[in-house]
Design a binder for this molecule. Structure first.
Ligand code: AHR
Length: 515
């Protein structure tokens, strides 16, 4: 949704807007709906990987229920093995016979022993099962340039090269296709505590030796800023500019940043399911700030790359709460409530509005860690409200964005002097259909929405809603469907005007057929 105009909203109408169906904007890359799986807590081990001998149904050690659920989301890409873990990961530890793989200590996350039973081959098998593109995060913090070069060769080279031979010795004849390769992770922190200029030099080396082999074309993602550290982005973009007449994509093809949402401070982020109204609104104010930050990084990139040849990547985002009681503080296990789903949907709207520059995003993390899609408890598995928000939004993948422009200012809620919009919206079109996303952030009032659909005829609305009486509502292993989507009644299109009434704290999608 575009910026707030200054006129007052029509009485009782929380959103009064126009969508020009005949003026499509940039394509919303499906990769904005990417995911992330780190060797952290119970994400990889138990979440995905249970081993072939497990009683939990699995395919080659990868649990079947999790794969089947995630296939509903059409996950476009999966980032692995970290995060902070990536900068301690030496890929050779995770290939070859499992019994021969060294054990290491996962110093970042829980100080637990990592047996490396899940490594490159297991990750690529997981990607095959999910039908998703691999996003491999390289080790710049403690790895060598040679390790980067060898890993890429091992993964993607088809001939008789040393690394291709090694891969064959480990049972895989054909090279894999690898779409994305991360050059480092949070180098300003866990990835080496580097200054921007130090990292830029290292990143140039790693990016150079992360070669394209055969027909594989890597999208190299240079590890970027925390939040609104635009100076970091500028340092990375200056490297591109220094290439002179060369194509700016020659070094890396994307620059990333990370942005997490919480209600309090980094030291005390708030609880996942026990929160006050003030904490709820503080969360939403923080989540909506992602728009400002995407715009800020995009502005820096525009200055160096006005044609937007490089992409911006938000390759870690989502809610981060205090861990659940009696769980390992290093495992980052948190419940996931209706509030989390709404944080996700306001991010989606921001992504759609910035689709020209923002081309990749990865929510953290897929199973059992931070803002998960799925939670497991041994053999049990549940879908979170965030899972449902992703499923309902899958129609936006690779669709043309349709800007939602407001005719009058949307309603706002005052959060410590900041006017926070109580409604968020976006729209897109593909395959003869339009998908409108509507979020009512107000947990205490319904929202009336009116959207003029201009330029083409759109009809036959099919509306779905995800809502709960309380924004803290969540699914549990005893009540797995407490928060689940259902049809939304009363959505109409009359004379080209879409009207809908959203319950409090709700996310709705409306699918329309183009005439
Ligand atoms: O997602 C959890 C951690 O958050 C990642 O390992 C790190 O990159 C970030 O700080």
């Amino acid at each position: 949704m575009t910026d707030l105009p200054t006129t007052a909203p029509e009485k009782d109408l929380v959103l009064d807007a126009v969508v020009d169906l005949d003026v499509p904007g940039p394509t919303i890359s499906r990769h904005l709906y990417g995911h992330f799986a780190e060797h952290l807590g119970r994400c990889v081990y138990e979440g995905f990987w249970v081993g072939e001998d497990s009683d939990i149904p699995n395919v080659g050690g990868i649990r079947t229920d999790v794969v089947e659920a995630l296939r509903e989301l059409a996950i476009p890409n999966l980032r692995w093995p970290g995060g902070c873990f990536a900068d301690t990961y030496h890929w050779r530890d995770g290939v070859g016979p499992a019994a021969d793989r060294p054990r290491i200590v996962n110093t970042h996350w829980g100080d637990v022993v990592e047996d490396n039973s899940f490594g490159t081959h297991e990750f690529m098998a997981l990607c095959d099962l999910l039908g998703t593109a691999p996003y491999i995060s390289g080790n710049v913090g403690s790895g060598t340039v040679q390790e980067t070069a060898d890993w890429v060769e091992y993964l993607t080279r088809g001939d008789d090269s040393p690394m291709a031979r090694l891969r064959r010795e480990h049972g895989r004849d054909e090279p894999w296709g690898v779409s994305f390769f991360g050059i480092g992770n949070e180098p300003w922190g866990c990835g080496g505590n580097l200054r921007a200029d130090q990292f830029a030099s290292l990143a140039r080396q790693h990016a150079t030796y992360a070669r394209d082999h055969g027909g594989n074309r890597l999208v190299r993602v240079a590890a970027g800023a925390s939040d609104d550290d635009y100076a970091w982005t500028e340092t990375l973009m200056q490297q591109v500019a220094k290439l002179g007449d060369a194509d700016p994509r020659d070094l890396w093809q994307m620059v990333s940043f990370h942005f997490y949402t919480f209600a309090g401070t980094w030291g005390d982020k708030g609880a996942a399911t026990e929160f006050t109204r003030d904490e709820y609104w503080a969360t939403m104010r923080k989540a909506l700030d992602v728009r400002r930050i995407i715009a800020g990084h995009s502005a820096v990139m525009d200055a160096y790359d006005p044609e937007a040849k490089l992409g911006l990547a938000l390759d870690e985002w989502g809610t981060w709460w205090n861990v659940e009681r009696d769980t390992n503080p290093g495992f980052l296990y948190q419940q996931n409530a209706m509030r989390d789903a709404l944080v996700a949907t306001v991010h989606f709207d921001a992504f759609h509005d910035h689709a020209r520059r923002l081309r990749l995003a990865n929510i953290a993390q897929t199973v059992n860690v931070l803002q998960s899609m799925l939670l497991t408890d041994g053999a049990k598995m549940i879908k979170t409200p965030t899972f449902h928000a992703f499923a309902m939004s899958a129609g936006h993948h690779d669709a043309a964005s349709l800007p939602v422009r407001e005719r009058t200012a949307r309603a706002t809620h005052d959060v410590d002097g900041t006017a926070v919009g109580t409604v968020s919206a976006s729209a897109s079109t593909k395959d003869g259909a339009v998908l409108v996303s509507l979020t009512n952030l107000d947990p205490d009032a319904p929202a009336s929405v009116r959207i003029d659909l201009r330029g083409r005829v759109a009809s036959d609305p099919v509306a779905t809603v995800l809502a709960a009486d309380d924004p803290a509502a969540h699914n549990t292993f005893d009540a797995p469907d407490a928060v689940t989507p259902c049809p939304l009644d009363g959505v109409t299109v009359t004379d080209g005007v879409l009207t809908a009434q959203l319950p409090p704290a709700a996310f709705a999608t409306v699918r329309l057929t183009l005439g």
